[in-house]
Ligand binder design. Sequence first.
Ligand code: SF4
Length: 400
Amino acid sequence: MKYYIKTFGCQQNVADSERISASFEARGMQPATDYSDANYVVINTCMVRHNPEERVYGLIQNLAKIKAKKYEQSEVFKIIVTGCMVGIAYRDKSGQFLAKIRERMPEVDEFMPIEEVGFDLEPVRIEKKHAWVPIANGCNNFCTYCVVPFTRGREISRPYNDIVEECKKLKNEGFTEITLLGQNVNSYGADIILGESNVQVLRDIDKTYFEKQSTDITEFELNGEKIQPVYVNHLGKQRIPTLFPYLLEEVTKLGFSFVHFMSSNPWDVSDELIEVMARYPSITRTMHLPVQSGDTNVLKRMNRWYTKQEYIDLTKKIKSKIPDMIFTTDIIVGFCGETDEEFENTVDLAKQVGFDRAYIAMYSPRPMTAATKTLKDDIPHAIKKKRWTLLENLINAKYQ
Ligand code: SF4
């Protein structure tokens, strides 16, 4: 029996697919070279933009033809869909999304939540020198345009020692480079320290944010040692405790040539994290710091808790400690109500920061998100495209 995995979307999905491979190989299966060579096809889906979602529907139609042929020859051919699409389907309490995908893809044999693939098996890694190492899954931030909190759920950190042990093994196997992965790596460990249900979410800002401080947690036991959790300070207050600077330092000390991490939310970059990065030259000198917009009002509509100036100041602070640091970013153009002036602020911020590269997307409404429910996708496609092209030429010219 053979399996084939098609992965859409981000590096987190790539890492998840490596663990899905492991679960198939543990059952004695071999990787297939393409769909028609396989008996089990897994589609690991992405819902962050409209396009990859549509591509899944198109792919399933093609797979249906292969399935029909295989069945004529009495061969096993199962289609399994997993990833973000299934995540949202099972979290949508109304059941409408699950009903919709079942109706659009009747040929699918199983909709498998990614949580069913645990961390017990060693991933089948595609690259041989560089390894993706997931440290957390999910997100608590609820940016209004983003579907991730609905596809992957609340942020859950992997146990600290499991991550360190995985990294030690990678080092012993000859891997020279690792990337620690999470939707918001900076907040790694908040749920370990506070308990999952006690972590403040930015969606709750009016209700509980800043009211329930956790300053009473001054010590935390990590591997039998008492440590002080690093508090992320934001808007002059303590937001959440995190263990990320400790984790980053510990895995860096293992001696990899390069240690990367992504993604880093601007409002959760602690001074301690900057200090750890500055101390170890093997920690990445290309920091991915998604800005999404350079306009403070758009950022508010996006539920992103920093201003244009705070973002610029943060990049300056990092550069003052680590002069060779360069920044990459994510930007959304044409978000609900984005005026020419607001867009110009993004252009200005991009010029001031001097990004090495930007992943620029034209806004598209995503199911269940606050922007889809409460804001209007009112920027015409032609204007989105014009803004996209302008920024692409400004930031990414050397990669074109
Ligand atoms: S921080 Fe915002 S954009 Fe990033 S995954 Fe979480 S909700 Fe989405």
